[in-house]
Structures are given as C-alpha cells and as structure tokens.
Design a binder for this molecule. Structure first.
Ligand SMILES: Cc1ncc(C[n+]2csc(CCOP(=O)(O)OP(=O)(O)O)c2C)c(N)n1
Length: 375
C-alpha cells in the first residue's frame, strides 16, 4: 500500500492531529509526517504513548475534533491508564483513532520482546472496549476505505477505534535519512565503555540497537556478553532496573547504557535517581536526538541536554562527552566516583546495516547474566 493512499483514507475519519512515538512498522508513515505531512497535519512526538493519549484528549476538549495516536504495539502498555481512566466511555468518553504497528504477529518471526504482546494485541483492544481492525500488505484500498468509514462513524459516536498495521503493509520507498551535527559513532562509544569497565562491573543496556551493539561489542571487546543485562523491551525502564540492581549489590559498580528517547520516555526516573542517590550507579545517556533504532525519526526533545536535567535532579557528578578523549576522561572520573554519576554522550545517527541480534533466548541471557554475577 502506498503511504499516500493510506494517509488519504485516514483523513476521511476527520483527524488532523497526529501524536505518537515512532515505530519501524510505521516507518514510511512517520517519515511522511516528518516530511510532506508536516503541512497537512499538526504532528507532535511527545515523551511516550500515554502522553500522546493525553495530548489527544486535550486537543479534543479544545476543538471537539478527535485526534490520532500512532505507536508500536509495545506502546499499548503506556496507553492503558489514560485510556481506561480518562478516555473510556464510562469516564469522559473521548474519541481518538489509534494506528498501531503490530510487532510479534503470531506466525511471523520476531524478537522475544514482541512475542507475548504480539499474541495479545487484538485481545487487549477487545478488553479495552476499543473497536479494531487489521490491515496488511494485501489489504485493498476498497477494504481500507470500509475500515476508515467504520472508524469515522465510531469516532463521531464518541468512542475510540484502532487500526492494527502488520509488518510490510507500506510499500518500501527511500527511507528518510535523518542527521544531527555530531560525529562520534555510538557503536565506537559503546566499545570504549565496555573496554574501560572491570570484569566484575554490571552493565544494563536499553531497548533497541544500543543493546544489540552492547551484545556484539561485548563479544569482541570482552569475549562474552554475560556481563550485561539487555533491556530488550520495557523501553525507558533500563535506568530503574540498573538502580534496583545497584541498590541490592552495593559492592558492584552498575553502568546503565541508556538512549535519549528512552530516558525521555520515563524521565521521572531521573528525578527519582537524583533524589535517592547511590554510591555505585553510572547512568549513561547516549544522545543522538532520535529514535534511531526504529528509523531515526526525531524525539520530541531535540536539542535537550539530558545532562542539565540530571544536574537539576541532583546526580552527584554530571559529565558530557562528544569524542573518544572526552569519554575516556568521563569514564575515569565515573569509575573513581563514590556517588550517582550521569554521562551524556553526543553521537551521530549512524549504525551498521548488518548489526546482529542476540542469538540466545532472553531467558538464557538472563540466566547467564545472573550466574556470571554470582546470583
Ligand atoms: C513503549 C515502547 N514504545 C516504542 C518502542 C519502539 N522502540 C524501540 S527502540 C525505540 C527508539 C529508542 O530511542 P533511543 O532510546 O533514543 O535510542 P536509539 O534507538 O536512538 O539508540 C523505539 C521507539 C518500544 N520498544 N517500546
């Protein structure tokens, strides 16, 4: 399906506001919004999918017009509270259209973090009382038109409607190339971090390509990847996993390797960590101003200095690095610091096209990680 045809149909539902968090399944649609769609739609990328529901609710209250919220199905977890407690008919009855990228569709190979959510995606919308239909690459424009007619009617009746979008629904086109002004390569920064830590140190890495790079670079630099816990799902929660670990193992230095999109998604954790300091936590935010793992689309806070925020939240030591020399200095200071450290590393949006994925099951990686650190 051509993304332009999809957009034309979606417009028939009456939505003109698009709020969401990017997803690889929706890459062509997100690129469209960041390019041509900038003219046609009011488009904003907030911090997480739940916030997108908040934006859609506020915009409806102000205009009487339903908005659209787009997301990967893992974002359903973030929308459940505002959807059930604000938008649902038994509360305020606020209509909105959901466009949901379907990772982990049963029968389609996908990564472990998508399997369970993929299985229950339709069932969750059922349970949430949200009418929903699926589209895929074989969906005809006539069928899509039927779906958008039904969606429009449902929105006009004051309810929500979800269109679940399978992988490869949209025709490939030249993906938008995004860039920033930084030159340090994220994978090189990760290799350097791994080189500088001690064998007994703990690494907790965030969702997306950061974990995939930590996995591969660990094999190259350390010879195995048992030292790290890969937060393959639960985007935005790596820092609290690292904190929970550091709290219980005060004699171990814990390094959280986070992404800017992930930090932004649950930024409250920075406030919590800064107010409940530990002696052994180093929170590293690799900032490329983008959701690079799902196609490089910009976050909702381009230009934001996460280190300034960490300082305001009360981290003991806050450092930044734009190149290998600065990172070396920062890692030295972090290793010596008895406190809660934040390092922001500014990197380009480059990643390798042939970057691998963990070969073992998530459960085996967890077991190996726990055994390595003697639990
Ligand atoms: C709740 C949730 N929403 C969306 C996604 C899809 N997703 C996976 S990685 C990623 C981007 C992460 O961005 P960032 O933390 O900045 O790291 P980068 O990919 O730029 O290295 C997104 C949006 C997800 N896994 N979970």
């Amino acid at each position: 399906m051509r993304v332009e045809d999809f957009v034309r149909e979606i417009k028939k539902t009456g939505v003109t506001d698009m709020f969401g968090i990017p997803d690889s399944t929706l890459k062509q649609f997100c690129d469209y919004l960041n390019r041509e769609g900038g003219e046609e739609f009011n488009h904003l990328v907030p911090s997480n999918e739940g916030s997108a529901v908040g934006l859609a609710a506020g915009s409806y209250l102000a205009t009487g017009k339903p908005a659209c919220v787009y997301m990967q199905n893992s974002g359903i977890g973030n929308i459940v509270n505002p959807l059930t407690s604000i938008a649902n008919e038994e509360v305020y009855g606020i209509p909105m259209l959901f466009l949901v990228g379907w990772r982990g569709e049963p029968g389609v190979h996908d990564e472990p973090q998508h399997i369970f959510m993929g299985k229950i995606t339709e069932g969750i919308f059922e349970l949430l009382g949200v009418e929903h239909e699926c589209i895929g690459r074989d969906t005809t424009l006539e069928e899509l038109s039927g779906i958008t007619d039904r969606a429009g009617k449902t929105l006009r009746a004051g309810r929500q409607y979800a269109i679940i979008i399978k992988k490869n629904t949209f025709d490939e086109r030249n993906g938008e190339q995004y860039s920033n002004g930084f030159s340090f390569v994220r994978e090189d920064a990760i290799a350097q971090i791994l080189k500088s830590i001690k064998p007994e140190d703990v690494v907790v890495s965030t969702t997306g390509k950061i974990s995939r790079e930590v996995y591969e670079q660990s094999d190259i630099v350390i010879g195995h990847h048992k030292q790290s816990f890969f937060t393959v799902g639960g985007m935005g929660h790596a820092s609290m996993i690292a904190y929970g670990y550091a709290l219980k193992r005060p004699n171990k230095k814990v390094y959280c390797i986070d992404g800017d999109g992930a930090v932004l998604m649950h930024m409250g954790s920075e406030a919590f960590i800064g107010r409940h300091k530990l002696d052994n936590l180093v929170h590293i935010c690799i900032n490329n101003e983008a959701h690079e793992s799902v196609g490089g689309m910009p976050t909702g806070a381009v230009g934001m200095k996460y280190s300034d925020n960490a300082a305001a939240c009360g981290y003991d030591l806050v450092l930044t690095a734009c190149d290998s020399q600065e990172l070396e200095n920062a890692m030295k200071q972090a290793a010596e610091c008895k406190g809660t450290v934040f390092i922001e590393i500014f990197v380009s949006m480059r990643s390798r096209a042939d970057l691998g994925r963990p070969k073992e099951s998530a459960a085996l990686n967890k077991k190996n990680f726990m055994e390595y650190h003697e639990v």
